[in-house]
Structures are given as structure tokens and as C-alpha cells.
Design a protein around this ligand. Structure first.
Ligand SMILES: [Zn+2]
Length: 411
């Protein structure tokens, strides 16, 4: 490209460009074609120093002189500058894509900076995202796989399809043992089928490569792993297990509260005052907070039940927090042999749940603490991207944007 002119105004820079003369043959018949002059193409380029940049391309036009040839007029094409019918330069599309990928930018904001409409920009970016998403090499080298679901819309499922999306996350560790979680895909629904079908589509090599499959306690996903990833070790996610413990304490607290006072917790009730303390790990509580806890428990004999449930939840945390996994595993084994016999029904139920998930629960301690934590990080990115965009109407667009923002399109 030759720069013919640069015009600077406070709000805009206009750069006029053209290519040097060249001998041109008709793309169909090869006959040397005489020039028919040029036409002006106005292209939106990457903003410079906060000012919008417009590239005026004096595009060459030729005409095939052979009257027998079907090709009449034809135009110069420079894909490095702009796509055949595009109005945004190739480098501006690349710039906008990187802004979306790395800088939490929005289509709205980028479109404004480029001086184009939302749809114009999205139509320019989307084909490249689709191409990247369809490239199966981005699934290469995955040895540790997480799965989780999230709600992507609150509208009418008959119109927008299932509210839940199942997300697959690459949790593979690098050579230093660190996880760089990447969102690999999003598929509609929360079911065994949603996960199993996706695993089937990835092919034999991908499935054989998976050594660890992390999941939250949902039977559907477990059964997909059992069917499709027979050689992988299923690992129940630590975060979700600890949450089950916290939920059990909450339930006990609410039940005892109701039984002793006849109403739901309210300000001034001893148990209501400690509901947040009960959710925290004991190791994070200050002496003052521990005193408050003790006072609330001692306020009534029936509160002992809450205390015992809380201790059980702390035992569960302790298993995960144990410095070496052999000790942690021993604590977990003890939980498996005791919780289900607990006279507190909520803890007994937690014990039965853990026994049902026995293998996957214990697998945490034999897989070097494999967990779904990376999946939670991905959910955070999804949440942020969704808020920035103020919601999505179209599931395909949602999937592409989330894959881009959460690393899925980067091999
Ligand atoms: Zn021709």
C-alpha cells in the first residue's frame, strides 16, 4: 500500500491509500485487462491515540476486454487490507478480537471506537470465531477435564431453549503443575446426554487422553464419565463437597431455630446471629468470633445439635486442608465410616451422599488434589463477560463470545 495523503482533524484521521500500478490479467481468461480507473472504498481502521482512523482505499477496477469472457468488470482484492465486501480493515478486526479476548472489551464499545454499528462489527468478527471454534486442534493435549453448568438465560425455554448450559473446561496442568483453565465448549442442557454427546463428538483420541475428570455431585455427569471416559479417574470437586457440608449446617440451624422459637431466624435470635460464622472455616475465625459462636451455642441445649453439625462440616474441610494427602485421605475415610450413622439427619444424609460418591470423593487425595477450581474461575469470567455485554439473546453468539473470553479459542 502506498499512502497518498493523510488528513488530520481533531476527531478523525483520514489516510488515503492505493497499490502501485501492476499489469493485470482477467482472473477468468487471463487476457491483459485495461484499467477502468478506481473507486473509493471507505474503511474503518484501528483508532490511533484516541482518534478514529478512516482508510480511504482507491481500489483499482479493470474490465476484461474479451467480449466472449463472462467476466466483465472486476475489482482489486487485498485481503490483508480488507475482506472482499468488508468495511472494517483486516487489522481492525484482529485488534477488536484481541480487545474482546484480553481486555474485557464489549462489541458496543469497540463498534463505537471504530465508527461502525454493532452488527457490522459482530458480522466481521463472527466468521473468524466460528472458524477457530470449529478447529478440533484446540482440544489437543487435554488430560484433565472439568464439567459444570450455569444458567445462561431466565427467559422462556420454549423460545430460547434450555436455561442451563453445560460447560467443559480444560484443567490440564502445565509442567510446573499449574492449571490454566480454558473453557472448551458450552452445550445446551444439563444432563448426561449433553456431556456424553459432546465427549462422543471429540473422538477416540481425545477421550483416551483424559486421565482425570472433575465434576460436581451430579449423577448425570458422573454417568457420562463412566460411559465415555472409562479410563479416567472421576474426582468429586472439593469446593462442592465443602459446600454440601456448609449447606447441611445451614439446614440444621434453620430446623433447630424453627423448633425452638417457632419462627424463622430474625435479628436477636442467637442462632440467627451466627449464621455467617457457621459458614466460615474455623481456621478463619478470630477469638472474638469463636466466643460469639460459643455464647450462641450455649444459649440453649438444643443448639448442641448445630454445634455438632458445624464440627462435622469442619472435619470435612480439614480432610481437604490436610497438608499431606495421605493424612487427608485417612480423615476422609473416617468421615465415610461415621457421618451416615450420625443421629443428626442432615449429617447422616450428607454421609450417605458421600458414600454414594465414595470413589470420586476419595480420588481427590490420589490425583494430586485434582479439582474443579479452574471451572469456578471460568464461571467468574463468564459472569463478567455477560454483565459487560448486558446479556445475550442468541446462544451461538453467547458461546463464541464466552469461548473467546475464557481461552477456549486459544490452542
Ligand atoms: Zn476475461
Amino acid at each position: 500500500m502506498q499512502v497518498e495523503a493523510v488528513e488530520r482533524r481533531p476527531d478523525r484521521v483520514t489516510v488515503t491509500v492505493s497499490t502501485p500500478w501492476q499489469l493485470m490479467g482477467c482472473p477468468d481468461c487471463g487476457v491483459v485487462a485495461p484499467s477502468r480507473g478506481r473507486r473509493r472504498r471507505v474503511l474503518h481502521d484501528v483508532p490511533h491515540a484516541g482518534v478514529g482512523v478512516v482508510v480511504v482505499w482507491r481500489q483499482r477496477v479493470w474490465r476484461c476486454p474479451d467480449t466472449a469472457c463472462a467476466r466483465a468488470v472486476f475489482f482489486e482484492q487485498v485481503p490483508d487490507l480488507v475482506a472482499a465486501r468488508g468495511s472494517i480493515t483486516t487489522r481492525a478486526i484482529g485488534w477488536a478480537t484481541e480487545q474482546l479476548r484480553r481486555e474485557h472489551a464489549t462489541i458496543t464499545g469497540l463498534a463505537r471506537q471504530l465508527g461502525v454499528g454493532w452488527w457490522t462489527l459482530w458480522r466481521a468478527i463472527k466468521p473468524e470465531l466460528e472458524r477457530l471454534a470449529a478447529d478440533e486442534t484446540r482440544f489437543g493435549g487435554v488430560t484433565s477435564l472439568g464439567v459444570d453448568e450455569h444458567i445462561w438465560h431466565h427467559g422462556d425455554p420454549r423460545r430460547k431453549g434450555p436455561k442451563e448450559l453445560t460447560g467443559m473446561v480444560d484443567l490440564t496442568r502445565d509442567e510446573r503443575g499449574r492449571v490454566h483453565a480454558r473453557l472448551l465448549d458450552l452445550v445446551p442442557g444439563r444432563s448426561k446426554k449433553a456431556y456424553a454427546d459432546w465427549l462422543t463428538q471429540r473422538g477416540e483420541v481425545f477421550r483416551a487422553g483424559i486421565q482425570v475428570a472433575a465434576l460436581d455431585p451430579f449423577g448425570g455427569y458422573k454417568s457420562a464419565i463412566d460411559d465415555e471416559l472409562a479410563d479416567a479417574t472421576a474426582v468429586l470437586d472439593a469446593f462442592h463437597v465443602v459446600k454440601l457440608g456448609t449447606q447441611a449446617v445451614d439446614e440444621v440451624r434453620r430446623r433447630v431455630q424453627q423448633d425452638t422459637t417457632g419462627h424463622r431466624g430474625r435479628k436477636g435470635d442467637p442462632l440467627y446471629g451466627i449464621q455467617r460464622l457457621l459458614r466460615a472455616g474455623a481456621e478463619n475465625l478470630t477469638d472474638k468470633q469463636l466466643d460469639r459462636l460459643a455464647t450462641a451455642i450455649e444459649a440453649d441445649d438444643t443448639h448442641q445439635e448445630v454445634y455438632v453439625a458445624w464440627r462435622c462440616a469442619q472435619d470435612l474441610r480439614a480432610a481437604y486442608r490436610a497438608r499431606d494427602t495421605t493424612h487427608g485421605r485417612a480423615l476422609a475415610e473416617k468421615i465415610l465410616t461415621t457421618f451416615h450413622t450420625c443421629p443428626i439427619p442432615e449429617i447422616a444424609r450428607l454421609g450417605r451422599t458421600l458414600r454414594r460418591w465414595r470413589e470420586a470423593f476419595l480420588a481427590y487425595f490420589t490425583t494430586g488434589r485434582a479439582n474443579n477450581g479452574g471451572t469456578e474461575a471460568i464461571n467468574g469470567i463468564i459472569e463478567l463477560a455477560r454483565r459487560l455485554a448486558r446479556g445475550y439473546r442468541n446462544r451461538d453468539n453467547y458461546r463464541l463470545r464466552m469461548l473467546l473470553a475464557a481461552g477456549g479459542l486459544t490452542p
